[in-house]
Design a protein around this ligand. Sequence first.
Ligand code: NDP
Length: 315
Amino acid sequence: MTSSLIALVTRLSDEAEAQWLDLLRAALPGETVLSLRAMTAEQRDQADIAVVANPDPNDLKSLPNIAWVHSLWAGVERLVAELPGFDRPIVRLVDPQLARNMSEAALAWTFYLFRDMPAYARQQEQKIWNALPYRRASDVTVGILGLGELGSASADRIRAQDFNVTGWSRSQKDLPGVTCRSGEAGLTQVLEESDIILCLLPLTAATRGLLNAERLGQMKQGAGLINFARGPIIDSDALIAALDSGHLGHAVLDVFDQEPLPESSSLWSHPGITVLPHISGPTDPRSGAAIVAGNIRAYRDTGALPDHVDLTVGY
Ligand code: NDP
């Protein structure tokens, strides 16, 4: 018999999961929120909502009566990929604080590339005293692939620092001060006109391997690339070839085909690549728990679900 019970299903450490439990319980007085790790078979039957962070798919399957799933993360690619045939709605975290965190990283690493920090670090290693030519930010174009929650917040923040911003999305957007493009031809234009490309697309059937040799070849000579989205959107062999040939200047990668990045990966030591351990857009547990709780309260009050992932397109 289903009643209202919320199951927290994660592969987080006990400590991190306990923090989420505390925050969710504080934000949802009157609800029973339990970690799946501590639930009896009867409680598993009673759960009607699962709140998840990178869950083991078998754990989710042990909750037969859940009506929907709320992810604590904004990116749900792995969840969708690991649950083929799953027919319950999946709601992802949409949190303005997360968008601020991501846009901060987008700006920081845009400045890193714009002010030639990789080149100066290499010069220092070789004790070379050499000033590279200065460009104004207003002479530099940043192209953002994906103009959703994170891409549009990043566009705003980068634009406010005098950069020109151009962007690409599936549907045509109209964002203040941003040259918005869509479609195949739009992607080619964004790649050709940008000095720095920032990738904030979801990983879907349509974006897997999108930045292949041909697409990277359309980028400007010496351009920089930042991938804060998902590793498989970029063909890493093609990226290494583009860096080795000097066609691209430098890449900042926060996401990889396999995470953690294996020690054996040549990306670790490539001079043209900065490796980050998937930290560009951290979820903020305080604001995240409040948003999840708000969505659950609205569902209890009205039966309405927040926007959920369109499983036919994968995001
Ligand atoms: P949204 O769903 O809000 O935005 C996705 C954007 O990508 C939309 O503008 C969408 O277009 C566009 N898009 C999707 N498919 C295509 C396509 N085939 N062609 C062109 N444009 C496309 O997602 P978020 O902004 O919230 O997040 C983006 C991604 O960031 C997540 O999926 C996740 O992978 C990654 N992420 C990374 C984190 C990190 O720490 N590295 C943290 C959080 C998220 P349209 O607007 O027309 O729908």
